[in-house]
Ligand binder design. Structure first.
Ligand code: ADA
Length: 564
């Protein structure tokens, strides 16, 4: 499955993920052997490759009607090189963003698709590094083949806003001319449930891409909100002059909601919200980072049962299927580009800026229509205390604003009283671990930090969030003496940390670190029992720890909207 809804009625698409794929490792004891796999697939889920790091080839045959053919990969971890019938068509770095290859004039009939996947660590990879989560190997998200005609819509952005005349939707469609002659035609964008429609004339030089923009007034619509996540279908259709029928369409969904900052408050449709969230990695012992829709849904159901209204996609853009579910179920999302814990030295890797910025460029246009996403984040716990870091943060914030001004920005900082970047984002966010890494009572620690932000940093007067807090617990380890790593200790620490955050004046909410225990890369330093990050409120199999009830009681005690 690629999305939870139909994305085209004119453009033909065939899902290539599923069965009939094979995997063959390039090196090691099993080099050259061929294994049947079901894609999405992390090879670590195969018994022989539990910790294989290196290259391997995924392959399958497919049949198509011929002509211009596009193959979209929603995620390959972490580098993928694509071949059709032995011809190299392109490559892509980063497990967590989509990419495509286009083959003009592919013959009708059967073809061989091969993807050489590499998850090894080296200088070439500035973002996938040994880290406190696992970099798996494989085709970790869906694959789809599209049969295109003379022109196609590459991107569709629809940004809702409210003014004195009600809701409006600013729309932009990027149209690609796939032929060697100029084309003229019309892009029709409509919201079928409302009857609103706009026709935008377009002229596209040969083999070029052109953007058209317009505005739709949908009239009386229901706003999207956590308690009522109303979604509207948006259709863009391309008709070329002289052609008997439209040549392409792209269907997406929008929600009418506005996210705005007013002083220290985060307002959703004009109402001040309180974020009660979880940081979540895409990780599951049975699937690696290639979670099926059912497992994503279970995660959302558990988070909702815990009283949460938000999720932080730590530390990378998520599968669109997960975002679709968040849209449908009214979960607020902080989505961030891919980076965790990079020091200045690591940020000076010659590939860092390009790879981190590419991630933003690939994340925002593709995810821009998800109403659930309310904050764009960057560079979790990177070198925001240094001048060099400042430069990188400021370039990336500027890049985000050049792609989307409708959402606030932020970055989860761990630089206790030394961060110099708080003048840049719209929201100040801190990861704090009092009563775990730092031996200090949570309430006092947070008050002191908040005072510093207000009195001594450039973040004064901005909204403030706790983007991580938590403590480790080994599932099943119980002790009456509140020892660290026990479920009792975790429950107590979380009770103090959550209470501190939700009662702190000026604090708009919290994302608990973390939803579930996750595997980490064994090449990372070995201070994690089981080679896992054990701070989950549920373990890796989603079994409840003692803190489950603690979190549930606290989260349910604080409503999503602040009283006036
Ligand atoms: C950091 C980091 C997380 C995780 C966490 C922890 O704040 O952002 O990825 O490593 O600490 O468990 O220590």
């Amino acid at each position: 499955m690629i999305r939870t809804f139909e994305t085209g009625r004119i453009r033909k698409s065939i899902e290539l993920s599923g069965s009939r794929w094979t995997f063959s490792p390039a090196a090691g004891e099993y080099a050259g052997k061929i294994y049947p796999v079901v894609v999405p697939c992390c090879w670590e889920t195969l018994p022989e490759f539990v910790s294989y790091r290196g290259k391997g080839t995924f392959a399958r045959r497919f049949t198509c009607n011929g002509g211009t053919t596009r193959i979209i990969f929603k995620g390959v971890s972490h580098t993928g090189e694509v071949y059709v019938d032995g011809n190299r068509l392109g490559s892509h770095y980063n497990a967590f963003t989509a990419f495509d290859v286009i083959i003009k004039d592919l013959a009708a009939g059967e073809h061989l698709l091969e993807v050489v996947v590499d998850n090894s660590f080296s200088e070439a990879s500035a973002l996938h590094i040994p880290n406190d989560y696992m970099t798996y190997g494989g085709i970790n998200r869906g694959v789809v083949l599209e049969e295109l005609q003379q022109a196609y819509i590459r991107e569709l952005a629809a940004i809702p806003a409210m003014d004195e005349n009600g809701w409006k939707l600013s729309v932009t469609a990027q149209v690609v001319n796939l032929t060697d002659t100029a084309q003229t035609g019309t892009v029709t964008i409509s919201l079928p449930q409302t009857g609103a429609q706009i026709q935008l004339p377009v002229t596209i030089p040969a083999n070029e891409t052109v953007s058209v923009t317009g505005e739709l007034r949908p009239g009386d619509v229901t706003a999207w909100a956590p308690e009522n996540p109303a979604l509207y279908e948006i259709d863009a259709v391309v008709t070329l002059d002289g052609a008997a029928a439209p040549v392409d369409d792209l269907i997406d969904r929008v929600g009418f909601r506005e996210i705005r900052i007013e002083g220290k408050d985060i307002l959703l449709n004009g109402r001040k919200i309180r974020i009660k969230g979880f940081c979540r990695h895409e990780d599951h012992p049975n699937f690696g980072c290639a979670l099926p829709l059912q497992a994503m849904q279970q995660d959302l159901a558990i988070m909702k049962d815990l009283g949460a209204n938000a999720v932080r996609t730590s530390h990378y853009p998520n599968d669109e299927l997960f975002l679709d579910l968040c849209d449908e179920q009214g979960i607020l999302v902080w989505e961030e580009n891919h980076a965790r814990g990079l020091t200045e030295e690591m940020m000076r890797n010659p590939n860092f800026e390009r790879q981190a910025e590419d991630c933003i460029r690939e994340m925002i246009p593709l995810h821009i229509n998800h109403p659930s996403i309310i904050i764009w984040g960057i560079l979790n716990e990177c070198a925001s205390e240094t001048e060099y870091g400042y430069d990188c943060y400021s370039k990336q914030y500027a890049l985000i604003k050049s792609l989307d001004t409708s959402r606030p920005t932020s970055s989860a900082s761990c630089k206790f009283k030394t961060d110099i970047c708080f003048g840049l984002p719209d929201i100040v966010s801190y990861n704090i671990y009092p009563e775990w890494y730092v031996d200090a009572p949570a309430g006092e620690y947070l008050k002191d930090l908040y005072r510093w932000v207000q009195e001594e940093s450039e973040g004064a007067g901005k909204p403030f969030l706790i983007t991580e807090t938590g403590a480790g617990a080994m599932y099943g380890y119980r002790t009456p003496t509140l020892d660290k790593w026990s479920e009792e200790y975790q429950a107590q620490a979380l009770e103090h940390q959550i209470t501190a955050a939700l009662t702190q004046e000026g604090c708009s909410g919290i994302f608990i670190w973390q939803y579930c225990d996750v595997r980490i890369s064994k090449e990372w330093f070995a201070s994690r029992p089981r080679t896992m990050n054990n701070k989950g409120v549920v373990d890796e199999y989603r079994r409840r720890k003692l803190s489950y009830e603690t979190v549930k009681n606290l989260y349910n005690a604080y409503p999503t909207y602040w009283e006036k």
